[in-house]
Design a protein around this ligand. Structure first.
Ligand code: ASP
Ligand code: MG
Length: 406
């Protein structure tokens, strides 16, 4: 089927029945352009959090099956309300659960990956002239039980369904106007980007810019689905996330991201022998601690240091594991810093323009901002600095790399 457009509306966009009526208007304006519309919805507002709270009031350890059966209901509420709102306006519409829409996932609960979408029912309903509203965030496993795909997962539902339907466009509606060169709440002259590359968006997503779920971006990249991220509260154009050709790149840096939810741990005076790092990071991984930057210093007198960062939530667990290991391998000491932040410049144009990292370090240095750790990839340079200086650092880099509104 041709002319299929997938739209996804996030929790704030369907937060009240008033907003749901507005969403219905917006959907109808697309239908008027002759599109076959498939709409994925999140749960209203914070209703998923409320469902989780209910479960916690009963038991600290609910069974995965019942937990998913419960927390997937938020999307059922918003999907049926959107379908009702459309019918009320005279438009045929049908709401489908993940199962009815053919969204098949792994067997596990709470964070199942989507394996396959069999869109037979979706296509039938479209052929019958209906707008199809699908619950995001959920699917069905091989036991015919409802699964959920991880918090914030309805972006991923939308992109996967868009790929299965070979949709011409996937629009993600949210409460911001698009993706900015940095957080516009922090830097007033941050500029909305018209286009951002998949790889840049992945860095922004995992660096905590929070506009799009990282897994959704990965899937979009793998299937070449263009995403249009835009606001459901106005009709402005948002930001297109797509493959960006080198020719289109003017500036080596596309944006400045930062993450204040970070802490540093360093083991000093480790004996420099094979297996020590493997041992430490295996133990951290086994305890589900997500390690971000890792820096090992040069060997001095058969000893070296390893420093790494973790999110603040994982800090205490990581500290315990590191201290136990340090004792066992007779390291000199373990030091911490819970008052740090990570500031990063991101841009696919960096690959072909030397000296970008040096410029970043000099800009920070000139303002007396000390750099604690550095890590780089082809399209990103990140520095760990004092958290009190985050805003200042972001501001300097944002104007230094000429990212502000003109
Ligand atoms: N409602 C789910 C959540 O809050 C999924 C989503 O919003 O994307 O995590
Ligand atoms: Mg949500």
């Amino acid at each position: 089927m041709k002319n299929i457009v997938v739209q996804k509306y996030g929790g704030t966009s369907v937060g009240t029945t008033e907003k749901i009526k507005n969403v219905a208007e917006r959907i109808l304006s697309f239908k008027a352009k002759g599109k076959n519309l498939v709409v994925i919805v999140s749960a209203m507002g914070d209703s998923t959090d409320e469902l989780i709270k209910l479960a916690k009031e009963i038991t600290p350890n609910p069974s995965g099956r019942e937990y998913d059966a419960l927390i997937s209901t938020g999307e059922a509420v918003s999907a049926s309300l959107v379908a009702m709102a459309l019918k009320q306006k005279g438009q045929e519409a049908v709401s489908l659960s993940g199962r009815q829409a053919g969204v098949h996932t792994e067997d596990m609960h709470g964070k199942a990956r989507i394996l396959d979408v069999k869109p037979t029912r979706i296509l039938e309903e479209l052929k019958a002239g209906k707008i199809v509203i699908i619950t995001g965030f959920q699917g069905v496993n091989s036991f015919d039980d409802t699964t959920t795909i991880g918090r914030g997962g309805s972006d991923t539902s939308a992109v996967v369904i868009a790929a299965a339907l070979k949709a011409e466009l996937c629009e993600i509606y949210t409460d911001v106007d698009g993706v900015y060169t940095t957080n516009p709440n922090l830097i007033k002259d941050a500029r909305k980007l018209d286009v951002i590359a998949y790889d840049e968006m992945l860095e922004f997503a995992s660096l905590g810019a929070g506009v799009l779920h990282p897994r959704a971006v990965e899937v979009a990249k793998a299937y070449g689905i263009e995403i249009h991220v835009r606001s459901s509260f106005n009709y402005n154009e948002g930001t297109i996330v797509k493959e960006v050709l080198k020719m289109e790149i003017k500036n080596p840096v596309t944006g400045v991201a930062y993450d204040e939810n970070t802490a540093k741990i360093a083991i000093l005076g480790l004996s420099d022998e094979p297996g020590v790092a493997g041992n430490l990071f295996t133990q951290l991984a086994d305890s589900k601690v997500n390690v971000d930057m890792i820096v090992q210093s040069n060997q001095v007198n058969q000893k070296n240091d390893i420093a790494f960062t973790v999110s603040l939530d994982d800090f205490h667990k990581a500290k315990e594991i590191t201290e136990a290991l340090a004792k066992k391998v007779k390291a000199e000491k373990v030091v911490y810093d819970q008052e740090v932040a990570k500031v990063s410049i991101v841009g696919v144009g960096m690959v072909s323009s030397p000296g970008v990292a040096a410029r970043m370090f000099s800009m920070l240095g000139e303002k007396g901002i000390n750099i604690d750790l550095i890590s780089t990839s082809e399209i990103k340079v990140s520095c760990i600095i004092d958290r009190k200086l985050t805003a200042e650092a972001v501001k300097i880099l944002h104007s230094g790399f000429d990212l502000a509104k003109k």
